[in-house]
Design a protein around this ligand. Structure first.
Ligand code: 13P
Length: 351
């Protein structure tokens, strides 16, 4: 009795597969290119994205790729549309639908609301015609003295729910992404404080989703992991995984097919270790959903800093991406260990 959207959502979290977040806005992509002296042009962004999507074994590990508006309309250096390149790998093209964050009126200091609801149904129609099968909307919640306010949590949860309902009505699987930040200015909080905020955020998000009539079978949750802020003392991999699984079991309905985490500024291997431990604990506690990755930085970092904008580095950069995808695929099955990192030679990476 699976609906077409539920079937897409299931396929997005099929065993051993995860999502590549490559939906950096033009401004963010340029910010990543600039310190590496990569020219900040549409052409170079297209070259970089095609490099990623044509990496060896890409479709074996990636079920979906989140794109920005420029990329879903773009033609890569091979002359094919990037959307078609992704579809040819077997992965679904997806689209970032929010239009970014802005100060929340009457919110706490530095609190943000995500915008993009105006005219959204029409934009969904257009992206469906461009080949998108799913979408993403990111809400950000910062932790500090006096924040988050309940007002910021409710406003962001409401926008996520409105977005998700519009997606499902228009034929896209919504990725619902409430991110509790661990990096940046507001990152001095403890793991316990992160746990408490995740409880408030996830309980409110699912209340709003239910109120909006969103079908849980036809969505993917993209949460942050429960971790201390980066300016606070580190927690162990086990502590992060245990807290993350505990809060998800409390607040995420079993009907949701999968949970695909963001990396949020974690190190590449750190994000993989956390995902692996989350799967081991999830299995022990009979977690009902698939637990996988939807990383941006923790998947792309090595590839981008190896490519550096040079044609001569394309194969090496691709090998690094394939390796990271492979490691996270193993972690999504609870089969990763630090020894797995040595398997890099198997995918032909130099050095
Ligand atoms: P990071 O994994 O770099 O946090 O990015 C994931 C994402 O899609 C943020 O919206």
């Amino acid at each position: 009795m699976s609906s077409p959207l539920a079937a897409v959502a299931q396929a997005m979290v099929a065993p051993g597969k995860g999502i590549l977040a490559a939906d950096e806005s033009t401004g963010t992509a340029n910010k990543r290119f600039a310190p590496l002296n990569i020219p900040q042009t549409e052409e170079m962004r297209g070259r970089y994205r095609e490099l990623l999507f044509t990496a060896p074994r890409f479709g074996e590990f990636v079920s979906g790729v989140i794109l920005y508006d420029e990329t879903i309309r773009q033609t890569g250096p091979s002359g094919k549309s990037l959307e078609a390149v992704i579809a040819a790998s077997g992965a679904f093209p997806g689209i970032k639908l929010d239009t970014g964050t802005h100060p929340l009126a009457l919110g706490g200091p530095d609190e943000k609301i995500t915008e993009g609801l105006d005219g959204l149904a029409k934009r969904v129609d257009e992206y469906v015609k461009l080949g998108a099968k799913f979408a993403k909307w990111r809400a950000v919640i910062a932790i500090d003295n006096g924040i988050p306010t309940q007002r910021a949590i409710v406003a962001n949860a409401h926008a996520l729910a409105r977005y998700a309902a519009i997606c499902q009505a228009g034929g896209l699987v919504p990725i619902v992404e409430p991110e509790v930040l661990i990096d940046g200015e507001h990152s001095k909080h403890s793991l316990e404080r992160s746990f408490e905020v995740h409880e408030r955020v996830l309980s409110t998000v699912f209340e709003e989703l239910a109120e909006a009539g969103v079908k849980f079978e036809e969505m993917i949750l993209k949460p942050s992991m429960v971790a201390p802020g980066q300016q606070s003392a580190k927690a162990s991999v086990h502590e992060v995984a245990e807290a993350t699984v505990t809060v998800l079991l409390r607040w995420v309905p079993a009907a949701v097919p999968g949970i695909a985490f963001l990396s949020g500024g974690q190190g590449d291997e750190e994000a993989t270790e956390h995902l692996n431990e989350i799967n081991l604990i999830g299995r022990k506690k009979h977690a009902p959903w698939a637990l996988t990755f939807s990383y941006g930085r923790a998947l792309q970092h090595g590839a981008l800093t190896t490519w550096l904008g040079s044609e001569a580095n394309v194969a090496a950069a691709q090998a690094i991406l394939t390796h990271r995808l492979h490691m996270n695929s193993l972690a999504s099955l609870g089969r990763y260990s630090s020894d797995s990192e040595k398997e890099r030679e198997l995918v032909g990476a130099p050095g």
